[in-house]
Write a protein that binds this ligand. Sequence first.
Ligand code: ADP
Ligand code: ZN
Length: 594
Amino acid sequence: MSDTPLSLLNRVFGYPAFRGEQAAIVDTVAAGGDALVLMPTGGGKSLCFQIPALLREGCAVVVSPLIALMQDQVAALKELGIAAEFLNSSLDGATAAQVEREFVSGQLKLLYVAPERLLTPRFQSLLEQARVALFAIDEAHCVSQWGHDFRPEYLGLSALHERFPEVPRIALTATADTATRAEILTRLDLGAARVFVASFDRPNIRYRISEKSDPRRQLLDFLGEHKCEAGIVYCSTRKKVEETADALKQAGFTALPYHGGMDNDTRRRHQEKFLREDGVIMVATLAFGMGIDKPDVRFVAHMDLPRSVEGYYQETGRAGRDGEPAEAWMAWGLQDVVTQRRFIDEGEAEDAHKRVGHAKLDALVGLAEAASCRRVALLSYFGEASQPCGNCDVCINPPILWDGTEAAQKLLSAVYRTGQRFGAGHVIDVLLGKTTEKIDRFGHGQLSVFGIGAGQTDKVWRAVLRQLVVRGLLEVDHSAFGALKLTPAARPVLKGEETVMLRAIEARPARSRKTRLAVDHSDEDPLFLALRAWRRETANQKGVPAYVILHDATLREIAARRPATRAELGEIAGLGTKKLEAYGEAVLAVVKEG
Ligand code: ADP
Ligand code: ZN
């Protein structure tokens, strides 16, 4: 066999070139070396072990914690004409035995296994009998005891190296931080491995973060730009998931709820529908998403603030794995910050842990408040330097900043003069000079601050207040019914030693925002839609997700280039030999009709 990595990439996978570090990783592993690969979601980790598996003699054993995913991954490989199977608890005994026989007799190129099965004596003996090309350890961060995805069985995987020292290993993860990286290297005994760190940038994802005003309306406006597209809407509570899903259904979207309080069966059904059908919106709590590798998720929307930048990045990373334009959208408000702070403070954790919780939240709020490029802020959080991206809301539509020093002084004074005992509503009433029962009762109409803010609207004052709280000049005392209190950071502002620049509520007229940000598919190419309809039918017949047949990017390129012959079709990325053979004629027929 004279296959090279590149010829396999072209012929089997139908892609013209490797991305980033893929070529170097494939070379390392194909030559028998160990590798640790850190690449963001959608970066293209799978090829890093699939191509070495084809180049080396024997069968690659892929360890994956996500049973639900194995089936689709194996289906996708089979579509490419690669002998792949999986072994997990979903198989009946006879099928599992058949797969084991094929593995031992050398008929397979890739075998996906759950970690708990891999470590059983039975499977260990199969490993002794079979010829193993390499071990791929997917989601390698599951070995980290400090992460949320810890899997005790992963700790046993270092034994692989002891028993099969000559078999190369490749560990892969999308978790970026250095602590996890170090933990993977030691726990998996990968000290001699080459470490490949890809850029964590996801240039095709456009980040947009807005303040909540009318969240439901804001969400519907956003979704209006994504008609007929698949996406995830994250909400912080089960109740909100249900309500939002209902509202979206009423507005005519195909939306399904998903949260931990639903029975397993319904959850599985909803997940299947999301994976297999086009244009389904999943409204979910954070329980949903781990291991969802649907490539054509076009948007991820957050209706509430997540807990950390890591969390936000992981969740938004589920959009646009196929490299096509996608959007990460979030609406957040002061209440989110207040609720989360209370949650941290009232938790059982030790003080050190609470401090970490607050610091993580601060970093995320900093991102949400950022007046410069979101992507630069995100990447710098992960230790990566970059330039303004031109593909986030701030770059496209820079916020207008105003000198809010005087406004801040007025508001801080109002809090102080009313005795630091009242919540936002009352303080703003005092600023506006309203006559309310409460103002009468406390005699606040007599204060020097009464009515000094009448020149601004209630909405502006709320925006000022929010920004002062998130910047730590004011704090909300949960133990006193949400009373506002000054912090030491308020002093220099009150004394006129510090200026406060604030974001204006409305960045620019909505019109320019809309025309520049719209990703509207209502004028979608009819040929693309026809190809999508054909794909859906084909996928249904085969019982596989649509993207296993062909990706959106491939359909789009076909629609744009309108190939007339098999040879022309073969030049399009995403169509390897096998897929050309299987679908070439049908696709050409759709093009001809369209
Ligand atoms: P990850 O596991 O890192 O999240 P995948 O391996 O699922 O990412 O790859 C993400 C997407 O990118 C897949 O749709 C895959 O087919 C595509 N892809 C990977 N490598 C290439 C490449 N060299 N050229 C074109 N597409 C690629
Ligand atoms: Zn930017």
